[in-house]
Design a protein around this ligand. Structure first.
Ligand SMILES: Cc1cc2nc3c(=O)[nH]c(=O)nc-3n(C[C@H](O)[C@H](O)[C@H](O)COP(=O)(O)OP(=O)(O)OC[C@H]3O[C@@H](n4cnc5c(N)ncnc54)[C@H](O)[C@@H]3O)c2cc1C
Ligand SMILES: *[C@@H]1O[C@H](CO)[C@@H](O)[C@H](O)[C@H]1NC(C)=O
Ligand SMILES: *[C@@H]1O[C@H](CO)[C@@H](O)[C@H](O)[C@H]1NC(C)=O
Length: 451
């Protein structure tokens, strides 16, 4: 745990790109075409069909970073504090997710999930159950208020073994979550992309990077009163030395840049106010072998809540299924550090899965599925969690939504004009929550400012 560094880097720290006067303007600029940026853009196009919405993504297609390297689980919303945004947005997001999957034929399955407990861990699932029972539907929900927002059932070890015969006899009890499921995240992103492109309001630019962001400096005092926003410079291509940037005036910026989240904001903040980011690497292994006869539900252990607790850092190495019925275990958690502040994409070097984790993973999963063999585990893929707190910080960290205005940074306009809404720390359950994050950001935060 010692020696983990955060990264407090800022965009354009070399000063390579200078301020430019914009020649074109958009109403809404969304940074990042991960599942969250696409969901926000889709909602903007739907709610504001006469305004322009422009999504900028540095890769050649959507979801190349966090959104394609996760467990693809539609979480019920069990784990987080009752009054947190993570709970609120995963319950509402789950509802929106199943609705959208049905309406747009996005492959998904409501598998249900078992959180399995040994005798010593029984209290943990009893507490989850008690909290779940009290949970109410969050704002915007459309479900009948008489249906439970977070249905769960406590069952005995024997009942759990009837559902999953290969569970260890050490499992004394389990929490059954019928609302948990899995989704094909790529099909989900495709459905959002299609909505954006089919609308008159939206456009997507791939292979295009944001290289600099400034508050807009109006050129005349007349302009000062009607135009507020941000000058966002984009560049295409990898040649950072020679590339020319294009300045766009964005009246509102939605920053959904995932692992690069704080860099843009940091480029505007004084050094001591910069936001450091930590990176939690999670490895997955696929499994073929004995000990998983007829498995049809997701199986999660109780998170480690001991002295070196990761309870909020990771849910523990669990079993998930994909839409093809393939079994995988993961993700574990290992914090990784950059070599220097310039090394902003250092995490990309850590995406190659290796077999160094397999022994530990085998130890973890045989606690609840004792028939799993080491030989059946194969390194599969790796995902990186954007963490706002360093390892061992212990405390719960919620999603953060932060709004800044050009006037705070020497730009034109008054407070409340030309907002930039930044999304920080959108780790799990960010996929589940994506559609509810869009609703919250567009309807509640942006809607609250623009009226
Ligand atoms: C190991 C792991 C397991 C997870 N499991 C689950 C799960 O089972 N269920 C669940 O609900 N959630 C899960 N999550 C969380 C979920 O995957 C994320 O919350 C979600 O995918 C985040 O989406 P995003 O759009 O914010 O980020 P991303 O998908 O990373 O999108 C951000 C985009 O911004 C782009 N970008 C960045 N900087 C720039 C720039 N300067 N210019 C242009 N574009 C830029 C990037 O290229 C990227 O495409 C998991 C996460 C991890 C890491
Ligand atoms: C966008 O948000 C990320 C954090 O998610 C942050 O690093 C970056 O600075 C933000 N960009 C802008 C323009 O604020
Ligand atoms: C798994 O369950 C199957 C079917 O009940 C059984 O035949 C097999 O022996 C079990 N294997 C282990 C390792 O428990």
């Amino acid at each position: 745990m010692q020696g983990i560094r955060g990264l407090a880097a800022a965009l354009n720290s070399s000063g390579r790109f200078k301020y430019k006067t914009p020649e074109i303007a958009v109403d809404h600029l969304v940074i990042g075409a991960g599942v969250v940026g696409l969901a926000i853009a889709q909602r903007l196009c739907e709610k504001f069909p006469t305004k322009s919405t422009y999504v900028v993504e540095r890769h050649e297609r959507a979801g190349e970073e966090i959104s394609s390297r996760n467990s693809e689980v539609i979480h019920a919303g069990l784990y987080y504090p009752a009054d947190s945004l993570k709970t609120r947005l995963s319950i509402r997001g789950r509802e929106l997710m199943y609705e959208r999957c049905q309406e747009y034929s996005v492959p998904h399955r409501k598998t249900g999930k078992l959180v399995v407990a040994t005798e010593e861990q029984r209290l943990y699932i009893e507490n989850l159950h008690r909290k779940a029972t009290k949970m109410e539907w969050p704002p915007h929900s459309s479900s009948s208020l008489s249906s439970p927002a977070l249905p769960t059932k406590l069952i005995s070890g024997d009942e759990a073994r009837i559902m999953e015969p290969n569970l260890s006899t050490n499992i004394a009890a389990a929490l059954w979550s019928p609302e948990t499921g899995i989704v094909d995240s790529h099909s989900l992103m495709e459905s959002l992309e299609k909505d954006i492109l089919d609308s008159d309001a939206g456009d997507l630019a791939y292979a295009t990077r944001i290289v600099r962001v400034d508050p807009y400096l109006p050129e005349s005092s007349k302009e000062e009163h009607d135009v507020q926003g941000w000058v966002v410079q984009t560049a295409t291509g990898d040649d950072t030395e020679n590339v020319e940037s294009d300045p766009i005036l964005a009246r509102t910026v939605f920053n959904a840049s995932g692992l690069s989240g704080p860099f843009i904001l940091n480029s505007l903040l004084p050094a001591e106010k910069r936001i450091p980011m930590y990176y939690g690497r999670g490895s997955y292994a696929s499994y073929k072998g004995p000990g998983v006869s007829g498995i049809s539900h997701l199986i999660y252990p109780c998170p480690d809540v001991g002295p070196n607790a990761h309870a909020f850092a990771s849910l523990g190495t669990h079993l998930t299924l994909d839409m093809n019925g393939k079994i995988k275990f993961g993700p574990d958690i290992e914090y990784i550090s950059p070599q220097s502040e310039e090394d902003v994409d250092f995490w990309a070097r850590h995406l190659v899965p290796d077999d160094s984790k397999l022994n530990e993973m085998h130890d973890a999963v045989t606690k609840y599925l004792p028939g799993i063999t080491l030989e059946g585990l194969q390194p599969d893929y790796v995902g990186i969690r954007p963490k706002l707190v360093p390892p061992g910080a212990g405390a719960f960290q919620d999603f953060i939504f932060r709004t800044d205005y050009p006037s705070q940074f020497g730009g034109g306009g008054a407070m409340g004009q030309g907002p930039m809404i930044s999304l920080l720390g959108i780790e799990s359950p960010g996929l589940t929550s994506s559609l509810a994050i869009a609703e919250y950001v567009v309807d509640d935060i942006f809607g609250g400012i623009s009226t």
